[in-house]
Design a binder for this molecule. Structure first.
Ligand code: ADP
Ligand code: CDP
Length: 238
């Protein structure tokens, strides 16, 4: 496999074509952003930590029967993935109230959400990733109803697998965002799963161990990501 030209530079990752038209290289950078790119900083080691973290989680999901784009980790900061036609819809499941839900509905942070909630957002930075629903997604052609049904089922399946995995490390999976795409006609999990796109709290103290440390200026961001990884059995290179 040969890496070719840069296809896209996102806020946290860069995407490269390869000599295989069905494969891409995802490069995880140290760049970190929040609030639709308004807060930005490079955090040393983040690219490596998220690449290794994501590789571990994608492998666990694949084993559990969730189809993912992940093929293999190439080096510290890069992974080989299937090239998907990305669906511009973000799927969010919440087990505990935090973040946008607390702001929007005025519910208390930390209350258990039973059953877990499922929300859709349009992936569009300029519009501030607005909340949407199945009807809007169908009418505007962002995703077909059968695709949305599959994405919802897979997002909940991921919850079952990862809630249990993080619980073994004494962690609460509060909420998370997934992105899907189409590969050879099939819905496949894309992008990444790392503490950048989910909330994880210590089960005892409820200390935040995810990107909220960056959003809220709490410090120790990458240390927290590594702590979470170690607790679920990930070994990070020195
Ligand atoms: P953003 O675009 O939100 O700034 P990133 O910096 O993470 O996000 O950039 C990675 C980009 O690559 C995202 O737009 C994501 O949708 C896209 N992407 C992730 N996985 C794949 C894939 N397997 N095939 C094609 N595109 C992908
Ligand atoms: O995080 P924020 O308050 O902006 O929004 P949210 O709706 O509470 O986010 C729910 C979950 O999805 C959190 O774990 C976010 O980190 C994640 N998310 C994301 O990774 N990317 C987005 N564009 C939106 C949410």
């Amino acid at each position: 496999m040969e890496k070719r030209q840069e296809l896209y530079a996102g806020k946290a990752k860069s995407v490269y074509t390869t000599d295989d038209q069905d494969r891409l290289v995802l490069q995880f950078r140290d760049d970190t952003s929040a609030f639709d790119g308004k807060k930005k900083e490079a955090l040393a080691r983040k690219g490596m930590v998220n690449n290794v973290f994501n590789a571990f989680i994608m492998a666990r999901l694949q084993e559990a029967g969730v189809p993912t784009h992940f093929e293999k980790r190439l080096n510290a900061t890069e992974s080989l993935v299937k090239k998907l036609d990305m669906i511009p819809v973000e799927c969010v499941v919440r087990n505990i109230a935090a973040g946008g839900l607390v702001k929007r509905l005025g519910v208390e942070e930390g209350i258990e959400l039973a059953p877990p909630t499922f929300e859709l957002f349009l992936k569009d930075d300029e519009k501030g990733d607005p909340m949407i629903n199945e009807s809007l997604a169908e009418t505007f052609g962002w995703a077909k109803p059968e695709q949305l049904a599959e994405m919802k089922a897979l997002t909940y399946q991921v919850n079952d697998v990862l809630k249990a995995l993080f619980a073994q490390g004494g962690l609460l999976l509060v909420d998370y965002k997934l992105e899907f795409g189409v590969f050879k006609g099939k819905i496949v999990l894309g992008d990444e799963f790392s503490p950048d796109g989910c909330r994880l709290w210590d089960a005892e103290t409820r200390e935040k161990l995810d990107k909220d440390r960056f959003r809220q200026g709490l410090g120790g961001v990458i240390e927290a990501y590594e702590e979470v990884g170690r607790r679920i059995g990930i070994e990070f290179p020195a």
